[in-house]
Design a protein. Structure first.
Length: 357
């Protein structure tokens, strides 16, 4: 497959995904394979919550739309244009790339899957037990569009064997296992990371409402979800709580409500001081990783000192959200809309796949 053929296959997938949304699933007769895949994909979306209680239709549709928006010809061209030299110098030797995927949010491993195939390699995929259905379905669609991909995609249930390189995502604990087990192979090993927001008190209602999207999307399970707030000393959370009230329905999801009740009880039994609005607790804590239904916060006195702190803790942080208070920060409400060129942990997967021997 030429690079142009590879691009066109994923553009076609983007067109397929663009037919599905929470408000309406609209069949576009010009899209390939609808007679085979359209109705079955709707059924899979509706069944996703039975496979994983966190995968509500709303969250799955959001993930699908994110990928539909990303997989356009313009976006893919922009993404890959920065690697012209690497593609030209690539020795064309096909590598077997083992992918060990997470399952915290729907299709969380799709970018790695896409990167392996777009660079002309084979993907040996071990899905998470929490996300075993969506990616295999999309893989079948890709194979329908281009049958040559059948030999490029393998889903592995048992032990991973006969691979050249590894991309593995897991917790800090599993990462230590991965690093030992795959020490003889070139690898990208991803660990726990969390995202933070830096406020200065001048945020608008719209800013804070958008911050709620960064907190509550996917119930806060993603590494790009904001789990920690940095606020100036003396900051009042009244405006914050008023702005995020629009997300109150999150408490009606049983799994989220159970976490809210449990974590709140643990905090209170430990005599921690909490701010609470009935569906989210705020706890002053120096850590970055807050439990589901809670966000940690910390006061700062000097923004320059905070910048130094964030730079020192960069390996623990996935995204920083602010109104340009921090260089290269992300606007409020955009953490779960990464571009193709926004790499997890800032590790360039395409360069790794094209230059690793």
């Amino acid at each position: 497959m030429t690079i142009e053929t590879k691009k066109s296959v994923f553009v076609e997938l983007g067109k397929f995904l663009s037919q599905f949304s929470e408000t309406a699933n609209t069949r576009n007769e010009s899209v390939l394979g609808n007679d085979l895949f359209f109705d079955d994909f709707i059924k899979l979306i509706q069944l996703s919550q039975s496979h994983n209680g966190w995968y509500t239709p709303e969250q799955v549709y959001f993930a699908i739309k994110s990928w539909a928006d990303a997989l356009t010809e313009q976006n893919i061209d922009k993404w890959l244009s920065q690697y012209t030299a690497e593609f030209a110098q690539n020795d064309k030797k096909e590598k077997n790339v083992a992918l060990i995927l997470a399952g915290n949010i729907p299709l969380v491993g799709f970018h790695d899957f896409l990167s392996v195939l777009i660079t002309g390699n084979k993907a040996l995929i071990k899905t998470s037990s929490n996300d075993q259905h969506l990616l295999p379905f999309l893989a079948k669609y890709l194979i329908f569009v281009d049958e040559s991909l059948k030999d490029k995609i393998t889903f592995v249930e048992g032990k991973l064997e006969n691979f050249d390189t590894v991309i593995a995502t897991g917790s800090n604990n599993t990462a230590r296992y991965f690093e030992y087990y795959f020490k003889e192979k070139p690898s990208i090993i991803r660990k726990n990371r969390n995202s933070v927001a830096v406020l200065n008190g001048n945020e608008t209602v719209e800013d804070l409402q958008a911050l709620g999207e960064d907190i509550f999307r996917y119930f806060g399970l993603g590494c790009r979800n904001v789990s920690k707030l940095f606020v100036p000393k003396g900051y009042s959370f009244v405006a914050f709580f008023e702005a995020i009230f629009k997300y109150q329905d999150v408490i009606h999801y049983e799994k989220y409500a159970n976490n809210y009740d449990y974590n709140k009880a643990v905090f209170l039994m430990s005599n921690f001081k909490l701010l609470d609005n009935g569906f989210l607790t705020l706890k002053e804590d120096p850590s970055y990783a807050s439990p589901i239904s809670s966000v940690f916060y910390e006061f700062y006195e000097n923004i320059e000192d905070l910048k130094t702190r964030l730079e020192a803790d960069a390996e623990q942080i996935q995204c920083i959200v602010s109104n340009d208070l921090i260089q290269n920060s992300i606007p409020f409400g955009q953490t779960q809309n990464p571009q193709l060129w926004d790499y997890a942990d800032n590790v360039d997967t395409i360069t790794f796949l094209l230059t690793t021997k």
